[in-house]
Design a protein around this ligand. Sequence first.
Ligand code: SF4
Ligand code: SF4
Length: 276
Amino acid sequence: MNIAVLSGKGGTGKTTVSTNLAMTLGVSYVDCDVEEPNGFIFLNPSIQRKEDVFVEYPVINQQKCVLCGECAKVCQFNALAKAGKEIVVFEKLCHDCGACKLVCKADALSYGKRTIGKLESGTVKSIDCYRGVLNVGEPMAVPVIRKLLGDLPQVDHLIDCPPGTSCNVVNALKYADAAILVTEPSEFGLHDLRMAVELVKLYKIPYGIVINKDDGKENMVKIFCKQNDINLLGAVPYSMEAAVLYSNGIMLYEDTSYKPIFDGMSEKIKEVFQWR
Ligand code: SF4
Ligand code: SF4
């Protein structure tokens, strides 16, 4: 089973929850927040494998090109433009769809390859860890996410998704059998949680909510869960102690006060998702 960990907004503690849950559940951890993959900072696995991720882009043979402009017309991403006596290629805008080659009657178009990021994997305490890393300045994360998730072995994974509800998250959710939505009890948190709930509903997969920085009160997220009959999988309390552990790079599940919280969350996840 693949369980995606989402957050409607950034900064809710999605990676804190994902990394600690992966260790508690004993499943592999996959960081597909490829623009800012920081889960390995906490887990610190020994990296055993690295692989570049490539995308293709069109290369114009100026000798063969008759400047008909059909390739630029068909490109939905404005990666090609007819400018005077040449076709200009904006490589980073190309989505690798292949349409321009199909419409070129002069056989003037081929494809080159360029690196946009890399995949890394390793282990820590017998937990397999995977991550995708998008190169700085690259605008498209989806090819790295697809390559990362498409190449995973057929075992249980906890997938640390990108924040928000953008196409990066949508692409990650395609590989998920269930979802955990991490939120915080604030107006912003609840607003973006609602969007995340709408997104996972589209996929018709089971889901539940984890509250991070919980104030211990009957707060707006708990009321939202009750009103909408959504499973509350657990809550991590708001405390200075957690912040100190976090800033020292210590995993919360290793601390005696937090271990029971993540153990309880793990049991609830297994029960709600009928897993293991
Ligand atoms: S492959 Fe698709 S996205 Fe890329 S330049 Fe050609 S038409 Fe545009
Ligand atoms: S479709 Fe082919 S011939 Fe026409 S402008 Fe593009 S590359 Fe040149």
